[in-house]
Write a protein that binds this ligand. Sequence first.
Ligand code: ZN
Length: 491
Amino acid sequence: MTTTTHKGLTSSNTAADTASTDAAPVVRAVLYSRISKDTEGLGLGVERQREELHRLAAARGWHVVADLADNDISASSGKRRPAYEQAMALVDRREVDVLAVWAVDRLVRRLRDLEDVIDRTEASGSAAGVRIVTCQGDLDLSSPAGRMQARILASVARNESEQKGLRQRLQQRQAAQSGRPPARRAFGYLPGGRDLNEPEAGAIRECAKRLLAGASLTSLADYLNGEGLTTSLGRPWERTAVRAMLLNARLAGIRTLRGEVVGKGTWPPVLPEEDWHAVRALLLTPGRTTSGGTTARKWVGGTLYRCGRCRAPMRTGTRAGASGNADPTAARIYLCDATGSKHLTRRADEVDAYVLAVVEARLAEPDVAALLPAESPDVAGLRREAADLRERRDGLGEAFADGLLTAAQVKTASDRLSARLAEVEERLAQASQAGGLSYVLAAECPPVAFRSAALGIQRAVIDTLMTVVLLPGRSGSRGFDPETVRLDWKG
Ligand SMILES: [Zn+2]
């Protein structure tokens, strides 16, 4: 009995298969699943999607040609999806009749992907179309109504993906606000970002000290390379890398997100916050070039030199039509158009070379130490004030969150504090330059210190020693005439 029944069932199954094969063509299906972060949370891992797709295939009697899955954790990133491409290749070759997915957003991540799917599944010529079937229902992409439905489903999926992006940004912000160190290792820290890498941290402190004393970024890069240290990516140091490294707020234990301060970090700072702000102010001082080398030096005297016709500060510019000139430095000029017309222009390189040479010669004389400014600005006081202003500005957000201030009040107060902070930072930058001045003047060999100093320091030294007045060049005369640059010595 049992055997017969069993045999009967078996034979009837076989008969049914054979019958369906004979009666209707086998429907060939490719199953496609995709795991992404958003579905993981819903318990929609690849296994779950696959299970449901196989159940669907069994229920409809499809012959499963392929069961493909992509691990696609970041949905909208546009990363390649090999399994998707494989599935679409089966579609292109019409080796399948059905493309089955759990939901339309598993198949397409963006609306324009859907248009691609529509094109490739459409019936054309003798080739029949490929049906899209989801666990939620069939999509008939051959009809306008079906395509509209698919587009709506894909739009909804895209919206969810965008919402997910928003959620992720909020999570990142939360992580930042909780003060956790960023994932990427920073120079000065051990992996994980919680502990200092002492040799690197020590080198950073030395760099900050030297920079505030007037050293150039190039000389700092040389110093770091000389210490056998590399960037966090293992590359040798260059001045741009040194600059970026020193500008990183992380060194001061400040947590930022996309350049914006979000709070205090929970990791140890390499530099006291006020020192870092001094470094930052110095690096961001307008007119400062990142080069200490003479070859890459730009205008030494922009806004520092005076016009011999009207005493206005000289502007910098380029001589029109000078491109293609064999000597590219000939294009760089100082110009004055304070009276409305351009009434004075001078080639920048020859004026600068002359001024620098005169200053160097002056610094070689034995009395230079006497040139040090008598009173130095109250740097500590300025730094305290800057810290106070920053704290007050940071406190505004809390006051707003607590409902103590309106958004407009926060904006007004924040603008006022920011303006004052900019002033204090400017004075701190000037103070760092004064520090640079004493670095040059008190150096063992002032002319050498001057030559290797950063542009801002050189300008400060020039400004301490003299007023440079540019007179009109002598027309007709070839070459540079020192008589056309008047140096009014100060003191
Ligand atoms: Zn002028």
